[in-house]
Design a binder for this molecule. Sequence first.
Ligand code: EPU
Length: 421
Amino acid sequence: MGKERLLITGGNPLEGEVRVSGGKNTSVAVIPAVLLSDEVCTIENIPDIEDVHVLADILRSLGAKVDYVPGVHMVIDPRKADGYQVDYRRARQLRASYYFLGALLGRCGKAEVAYPGGCKIGSRPIDQHLKGFAALGAEAEERGGLITANAKQLTGNDIFFDMVTVGGTINVMLAAAKANGTTIIYNAAKEPHIVDLANFLNSMGARIKGAGTDIIRIRGQQHLHGTTYAVIPDQIETGTLMIATAATRGDVTIHGCIPTHMEALTAKLLEMGVRVTDSDDSIRVRFQSAYRAVNVKTQVYPGFPTDLQQPMCALLTTAHGTSIVQETIFEQRFRHLDELARMGAQVRVMDRTAIIEGVGQLYGAPVTTTDLRAGAALLVAGLMAQGITEIYELEYIDRGYEHIEDKLRSLGADIRRETFF
Ligand code: EPU
């Protein structure tokens, strides 16, 4: 069987209107969370991406019934789910497989999940997850590539995270939702998908307060019921489309997004000289005049998201002046820069800082995706480059962006997927 690559002939300004898909990082938490319910749940706005298909497959392997109609809903019946093991073959396909630890602990007090995969952007330890489970009374350990957690009875407790961790916050929320008593998470992550997961769990009868602040209180419940819930739009897809529009000097209105989730990016684009205006649920991005270089430092929400650092670097390659980009969340999230350099970008990396000297133009070249958001960076670069860019290793992009080339094509991009042998 052949492999696929994307071919982009750059230079067309993106123009028109586009609708953003449901959030990846919220969907990958909400889908495992259904195991905490005693009844059928219907989830709407789930994006049709590879990570979602893998999670549905894991749920089925545990005994749940999953009916996924992309673009409509995913109906999950967890009543006969009696499995508690997620094998290596499935777990390694994505990071979010570790949410089955918290969800299964909450459901049946035991979980065995092979060490998760996901983008290789740093060492990504899970010590805080295990510390959280232990605080709730579980015996949790990682050995031989397998994480096991067992508890006769989960009991609410205070947990203070050593660093802000999105995955750790979600996993502890999942386990604590059905623990005996109250759990308080201090130094919790505040990302929009943390709030969305709390809203989802509360719609099943959970008692979670404070999500979106750094202290979350969870009063455990014995039973959670079924629900119908629509996940929030994808903040990172919104940002990727905003950056791609700016990069091609275009004019696009993105519908169905939440502009308040985008403030860190919007502020940076305005600082560069991009025109950005918003309404309740849409954002319009327009070219105004030549872009100025800016400095970017990734931070936890509401700071500049690490997931947009990579596409933002692509945009900055042609801004006027020197941009300094600091990556503070993951140790190895600059692998896209070597590929951008092949396209003519002037970049130097010193430890966790990238120095980007703006050049007049990028030029199409064959490039390879090394992780999901590196793929987004290469898409942006290909759209703005002169000539043809070939992007390889598309499975990373397909893991997280729903029908991205169709969306870009509808905005005027010259992009197509082809099989090669
Ligand atoms: N960390 C630890 N110990 C832990 C947990 C985290 O040292 O127990 C460290 C990590 O190594 C990292 C930092 O804390 O340096 C933050 O990690 P976090 O746990 O917040 O990240 P994550 O849960 O692994 C999620 C998203 C990422 C996103 C980050 C930060 C999912 C499935 N993944 O990862 O999304 O970059 O939060 O916002 O939700 C992506 O979508 O491309 C992506 C990588």
